[in-house]
Write a protein that binds this ligand. Structure first.
Ligand code: 9MR
Length: 448
């Protein structure tokens, strides 16, 4: 339903009926979830974190990251200096390590970033003009091609606008190749990976009245009107006392979404502590929940000690890996959410009920959950044993991208999930990114 007919429906009262139906459906499927990723996924969004490859050997770090988050951004490993250290010599090992960790644990990946004035390799820093333009486009193409099919959304261009009141583009060697460098990068990224969402990502774009926010808004508006392939806008959301969460944050997100793009909070951290920090985090989650096209939130690191500005203790876990007040506030706020993302205009067919025959001493029954354009939720109820092992097999090109109330492991293909109880009863759920295949998964149940 487009916005006009949505409004028309509201006038005729259809909305009231639909809302009631949704509420009834929701009562049947929604429990307060116990992790950020699960709570967000049950309600149609993701909750992510940035991962540093160097910390993947720290088991406290990976335990928290694996438990709480279902979207992963490489903090530095997919940037230009990491992926093309010498011109035309690409290096994907560090980025692959993070992508493999994420997909091996049933999580999706945000790609960060293809074109940026910062963290360029030395050879690129020394380039200008048409040779730089060509090198940039080659970089976008090669990196996006390498990760084709594995990236949910790419930060195609990062931080291209100046701070302050000018509303101008940031001066950089890329900008000096011509004002159309940004749209050229988006077109190259679309050709290389047609299924990834393509985002423009920036900071200091949170306050609707700031010149930088307005300038980015006008660029996105212009891109949409001319058919430049842009799907989303990332709001980095690095806050501190000098740059607090603005009271018009929701307005900013909504206005961008109204241009016809998804909005995502991509690098959230808020310096501070205690209830003041917790309140600001809650406000951000609330603002995202209030915008149907706000598809997810990523925090920029796991523990305070992992942060790029550790002394500001800006994250949700302290240096010992314990949940902070800010964590509790975020989880509680996520748990209040309703599934507000747009449902598909032509949802896939409902397959006939999938029930394991129960030969293994237990029976697993599938029921359908919410559907969105790119994904759907499913739920499995096990009877006959509380000590079950359920395998869930999805068909190509489906991926399970989030789970809740289950302890999950994956086979090497990523198509077969083995689930065991995680202490939350005998009903669990998952999100399937369907890639056009709406078929329900196959289930089998045995006792442990
Ligand atoms: O967190 C990143 C830090 O480890 C790097 O040293 C730094 C180098 O520029 O980049 C940090 O991440 C930045 C992100 O890529 C873009 N937005 C701002 C982030 C914080 O500086």
């Amino acid at each position: 339903m487009n916005r006009k007919s949505w409004r028309a429906a509201a006038v005729t009262g259809v909305v009231v009926a639909m809302t009631a139906a949704t509420a009834i459906l929701w009562q049947g499927t929604s429990n307060a979830a116990s992790t950020l990723g699960a709570s967000a996924a049950e309600r149609g969004r993701y909750f992510g974190t940035a991962i540093a490859g160097s910390r993947l050997s720290d088991s406290q770090y990976t335990t928290i990251a694996n438990r709480e988050f279902n979207m992963i951004t490489a903090e530095n490993e997919m940037k230009l200096d990491a992926t093309e250290p010498n011109q035309n010599q690409f290096s994907f090992g560090s980025g692959d390590q993070i992508v493999n960790w994420a997909t091996g644990n049933g999580k999706r990946v945000r790609g960060h970033t293809l074109a940026w004035h910062s963290q360029q390799p030395g050879w690129m820093q020394r380039m200008e003009g048409s040779s730089l333009r060509q090198a940039m486009l080659n970089h976008v193409t090669r990196v996006a091609t390498n990760y084709r099919g594995k990236i949910y959304a790419w930060d195609v261009v990062n931080e291209a606008f100046a701070d302050g009141a000018s509303g101008a583009r940031r001066d950089s060697n890329l900008q000096r190749t011509g004002n159309d460098w940004i749209e050229a990068a988006f077109r190259a990224a679309r050709s290389a990976d047609p299924n990834a969402k393509l985002c423009y990502n920036d900071y200091n774009t949170d306050n609707w009245s700031h010149a930088k926010t307005q300038a980015v808004y006008r660029m996105v508006q212009d891109f949409k009107s001319r058919g430049v392939p842009i799907d989303c806008v990332g709001f980095q959301a690095h806050f501190n006392s000098g740059n607090p969460v603005p009271s018009n944050y929701h307005t900013t997100l909504q206005n961008f979404a109204d241009l016809g793009v998804d909005v995502q909070i991509t690098e959230l951290d808020i310096e501070g502590s205690g209830s003041s920090q917790a309140d600001q985090y809650r406000g951000i989650v609330q603002a995202c929940q209030a915008v149907a096209r706000c598809t997810g939130i990523t925090v920029w690191g796991v523990r305070d000690s992992d942060s790029w500005r550790a002394s500001g203790t800006p994250l949700l876990f302290n240096g010992s890996g314990q949940k902070k007040a800010a964590y509790d506030a975020v989880l509680a706020q996520l748990n209040t959410g309703q599934p507000t993302n747009p449902s598909p205009s032509s949802p896939g067919p409902s397959t006939s009920p999938t029930t394991d025959p129960g030969g293994g001493g237990c029976t697993a029954t599938y029921s359908e959950g919410q559907k969105w354009n790119d994904r759907f939720n499913g739920q499995v109820t096990v009877t006959g044993s509380s000590n079950w092992i359920v395998t869930v097999t999805v068909g190509s090109p489906q991926r399970i991208t989030a789970t809740w109330n289950v302890s999950a492991t994956w086979d090497s293909s990523g198509n077969v999930m083995t689930g065991r109880p995680n202490g939350n009863g005998d009903t669990f759920g998952f999100t399937i990114q369907h890639g056009g295949n709406w078929t329900w998964p196959t289930l089998s149940c045995r006792t442990a």
